[in-house]
Design a protein around this ligand. Sequence first.
Ligand SMILES: [Cu+2]
Length: 174
Amino acid sequence: MIPIQRLIGYALLAFMFAAPALAEEVKAGDLVITQAWSRATPGGAKVAGGYLTIENKGSAPDRLIGGSADVADKVQVHEMATNNGVMTMRPLEKGLTIEPGKTVKLAPGGYHLMLFDLKSPLKQGDKVPVTLEFEKAGKVKLSLDVQGVGAQGPAAAGSAGGHMDMKKMPGMKM
Ligand SMILES: [Cu+2]
């Protein structure tokens, strides 16, 4: 017989060892950024999406206005939306506002970072360094955890987010 306390101990240990992949938390001023991830880009794709969660713990709004990455020529903040039944995406010219006390999630099918003209493909398991630029918090360095091609969330087993895949959107305009 194994005492129940020991079983609970094992479960906690297992949880603690499973968690670090998602544990990266980047603080910049009043902002806390977590769950930064991307998807593998097989077949010579030249663009990739970047996804992350930004929490504003301060008392004033901040704005994500852009970014850069060594692996890409250009990084933009994009919004995806459906207009007359057609999926479109566009750069957010004025950036993405994160209101005080709010959490904004960049995820497939919604807001995202767009990495253009990749110099090398993103591979599952890679950590891609990216610098984000905020109006108030300034430049923030973090890395995107690259997941599998069809991933919808930051974890391999993640089922968060919708069921949309960029490549499956016939009406999508760049
Ligand atoms: Cu985009």
